[in-house]
Design a binder for this molecule. Structure first.
Ligand code: DAH
Length: 359
């Protein structure tokens, strides 16, 4: 405690008659008491402080006792000053006591080790993001590079360059969101990632293997298996002596990697104007799952694929008889739904925390 108590008593006894010293000493007393109380961190120290500054034997009490020896006028003057100080001390005391009782002042250095810890909430990846990165990682392990393309596409790359000219029945497969433009080029939101096949080949020479992950858009009525926006991963591998059996081997490896157990893969003949022949790729998980799609233990369609049509090679200026390649387009939501037993595609974009917290 900073208060020079003994010194003050000495002054009060020797000098009280002069009055002046008393005033100075009261000031010092006030200062000491204020500093003292500001350092107090617990109730027992506060009690010591109270005894020292407000108790019966406190300096202030001694001072009051000594007032009787002063003249009436001086007594009144000094008495008022001392009273004000006593009031100040008792309000300081009350305030500090309150603070300590409401725990405010010692919360900073008081740790209740019996209190249960506060759980730190951690975020995590969206199920689509983790599915997307599982798939791209898997392809990367097999030497595929990741390429990105524009979500706003031209009619040419989305359709014409892929052998789907205006009026072609295949255009009807794609419910397209067209954009207004003053330009002679017609713009749209890409309906698939396939436009990147031609875009990439225009500026790159084989051999290469790429994947193009990205968002696609279709003007569709939504239901449990259709969304207006979804993700695809396009794949393209072009080189010498590339065949569908290379493709099958790669896909078998990738799906095994994604689902973490053996998966059967089969091809069904299909038609896409930019490949020949075209196939539909189905998988069958050997394990029994929980969702309806899996319980049936049936073949599940996951992508379209095929050997790149020679027209596309011609369009980009490749020597057509030298290069062969396969292309595929994989639905990311579809894979995530199979993997996590999700039976409604709309859940992915619903922002429903009850859904998202399950992953
Ligand atoms: N782009 C097609 C679609 O969205 C999927 C597709 C089929 C992509 C065959 C391909 C392919 O690369 O070879 O329906």
């Amino acid at each position: 405690m900073v208060c020079g108590l003994k010194k003050w008593v000495f002054y009060s006894k020797i000098n009280y008659r002069s009055g002046k010293k008393h005033i100075m000493d009261l000031k010092q007393l006030k200062k000491d008491a204020e500093i003292g109380i500001s350092l107090i961190k617990n109730t027992s120290d506060l009690e010591k402080w109270r005894i020292k500054y407000l108790g019966r034997k406190s300096v202030l009490s001694l001072f009051f006792n000594s007032l009787s020896e002063l003249s009436l006028k001086e007594k009144k003057k000094q008495g008022q000053k001392a009273n004000a100080i006593r009031q100040l001390f008792s309000s300081l005391y009350k305030k500090r006591k309150n603070d300590l009782e409401s725990n405010l002042s010692f919360s900073s250095n008081f740790i209740d080790i019996t209190q249960p810890g506060e759980k730190i909430r951690q975020g995590h990846l969206h199920p689509l993001t983790s599915t997307l990165s599982d798939i791209t990682n898997s392809f990367q392990k097999m030497g595929f590079s990741i390429i990105e393309g524009p979500e706003i596409e031209t009619e040419y790359y989305n359709f014409d360059a892929l052998n789907i000219p205006a009026g072609h029945p295949a255009r009807e497969m794609f419910d397209t969101l067209w954009l207004r433009s003053n330009n002679k080029d017609k713009f749209l939101l890409r309906t698939h990632t396939s436009p990147m096949q031609v875009r990439f080949m225009e500026t790159n020479q084989p051999p290469f293997r790429i994947i193009v992950p990205g968002k696609c858009f279709r003007y569709e009525a939504t239901d449990a298996s259709h969304e207006i926006q979804f993700h695809q991963i396009e794949g393209l591998m072009v080189g010498e002596n590339i065949s569908l059996s290379n493709f099958k081997a790669i896909i078998e490896e990738v799906v095994k990697d994604i689902f973490k157990h053996k998966v059967l893969v089969r091809f069904r003949p299909s038609y896409f104007p930019f490949v020949s022949p075209g196939v539909e790729v189905d998988i069958k998980l050997k394990q029994k799952g929980r969702s309806k799609i899996q319980d049936a233990n049936e073949w599940l369609e996951i992508m379209g694929a095929g050997m790149v049509h020679p027209d596309l090679f011609k369009r980009v200026g490749y020597v057509t008889n030298r290069w062969q390649g396969f292309a595929f387009g994989l639905g990311v939501e579809r894979i995530a739904m199979i993997k996590y037993h999700i039976d409604d595609i709309r859940l992915f974009f619903s922002s429903d925390i009850r859904f998202l917290e399950q992953f």
